[in-house]
Design a protein around this ligand. Sequence first.
Ligand code: KDG
Ligand code: MG
Length: 408
Amino acid sequence: MKITGAKVFVGGPGKNYVTIKIMTDAGIYGLGDATLNNRETLPAAYLTDYLIPNLIGKDPRRSEDIWQFFYRGAYFRGGPIAMAAIGAIDMALWDIKGKLAGLPLYELFGGKSREGAVVYAHATGADLSDLMDSVARYVDQGYKAVRVQCGIPGMPTAGYAVPETSGGAGDFITDFSGITPKTEIWDTDRYMRYMPGALMEIRERFGHELKILHDVHHRLLPREAAAFAKEVEPARLYWLEDPTPAEDQDALRLIRQHSTTPIAIGEVFNSMWDCNKLIENELIDFIRVAVTYAGGITPVKRIVNLAGFHHVRTGFHGAPSHSPISMAAQHHLNAWAPNFGIQEYLVLGTPACDALFPSEHVMQDGMMYVSEAPGLGVDFDEGEAEKYEFTAGSHPIVRLQDGTLWNY
Ligand code: KDG
Ligand code: MG
């Protein structure tokens, strides 16, 4: 069996999804997602210019060797662009493998460990009262877990993933007016004074059954994060995410020494080697890698298995930047992983998105039920894809009030 060709598409409804379709001489094709938020043309170029020419003629069943070829075979390896591209190929090869076997992917991983996977949604508000309304809406829809983010009184701009004004809509992350980023202003002291009380109010209003998560989005210094994690203990968070910038892994040790709040990290990790020490030293509770940026199903399965040795559960990244293809890969991993924790899931299910990526994965009452179709269980409509083209966008940047550049 041989790979005969591959095509890359960039575009989608409200997002620049990067989709690869790999064709074979057996008439079976596989799909992969290389979307890298606000840098989408780069994994697309890495695929088109370097990886696809070396794929043609290879046996698609040899997904392990192909992964090693593209990862180890590149002298300058790793990084989000290359890993998103390699990850997309890996997903597509697993899709082909499942279709060849006539089995949904989770069966190839070892079968289902659960019937449905708990997902969390993003509740957000310009202020705490708006946020409470947003949480209430998700609870009414049956969600069992929500991430909560709100504006901080006195902060000059809204804060991470928060609308500027009451009732604001959108993903509050990508600005599609161009590649020049808008600026947000951050004030750590105000955040640290306000947020613990706000989290406690949410817990008191919604009770202990609701899983409450909060994303600091890399903005605290290690000592601040340790103090914050300790102070929010009474709110019994399901997790505190990215309390400090991901590069400084020792920061997690300081947080651990001072608090029992569960810590989740890893959405910006690109490889198994970004995760292994944190997992082995049991400095985190949840690993947040995405099958795209971490290089595909092949390495993420290894991460999950290592995590299982160390009481670390999964909480894969599922921001709206991921297409239904990589989300499907995660649904299959979630159905199998013995150490599954939770899945971030932003409702992609608009009619336009469903038309572009038809699938039978079912979201119901805050749970994801994986499709029984062979492979990933998601398709891609090339006719629909012609409706979309690339639109440049940017993440905001963050500055402190004196102008110092800070972590977004
Ligand atoms: O592109 C940036 C997003 O992926 C990121 O802000 C999302 O932190 C995020 C999350 O937890 O979903
Ligand atoms: Mg995050």
